[in-house]
Design a protein around this ligand. Sequence first.
Ligand code: ADP
Ligand code: MG
Length: 248
Amino acid sequence: MSPEPLLEATGIGKAFGAFRAVDDAGLAVREGEIVGLIGPNGAGKSTFFNCLAGDAQPTAGRIVFAGKDVTRAPADAHARAGIARSFQVPVTFEDMTVLENVMVGAFLRQSHRNDARARAREMLEATGLTRLADTRAGSLGTPGRKRLEIARALATEPRLLLLDEALAGLTPTEVQEAIGLVRSIHARGITLIIVEHIMEVILSLAERAVVFNQGRVIAEGPPRAVVDDPAVIEAYLGRSMRRRTAPP
Ligand code: ADP
Ligand code: MG
């Protein structure tokens, strides 16, 4: 085990006006780990990912990746450093083909078109999308879009991949396939942080679970122990109780 974590985020805050979506959250991830990030809706998980990926600038704290301070660096610098992410709501270039979408990711490190295409094809193969290579991205269903997001992220050759509900909206069979895909990504030596609501996914993939609630980390540890933690149960129940009494 290397003494230095691959990622170390400390005291991260992200405020929108007076509202603190992320409030003094910290996370250290070792190279080769799969960390599950869970918590009720609105806990700040996606906002935290935005900070880690450089899609949002934290209003407090520090992010060190592979020994380099990337706290205020723009998204492309995070990508070049080796952090890639999928979006909770897939961001695809609808009128481009699946292959072309993945090439966008590949261009981060390949400056020649043919190299980018070759790299993209490899990622389509790895994510089971080869047969859809020439399909217009806009015509894909949910499972295809989720895979496309992952393929494009992988094409940037990341060391750390952040998956934001990449398995949401999939059928149980598709979830099982996606679990296999995540395992194969991990087997390539890529470190992962996965945000997922399906506990079965966290329990079968993550070595460690980190629980967010109201912008803070409220629990952390082996997934099985964490889901049985009364504070965690309370965080989830508190939400569903409120939702029951005050429907949106
Ligand atoms: P999660 O991913 O855990 O469901 P989010 O990070 O999406 O949570 O959101 C955390 C909180 O921050 C929510 O209350 C959300 O409404 C709020 N929020 C997220 N992005 C913005 C924004 N750009 N402006 C204002 N509030 C935001
Ligand atoms: Mg989210």
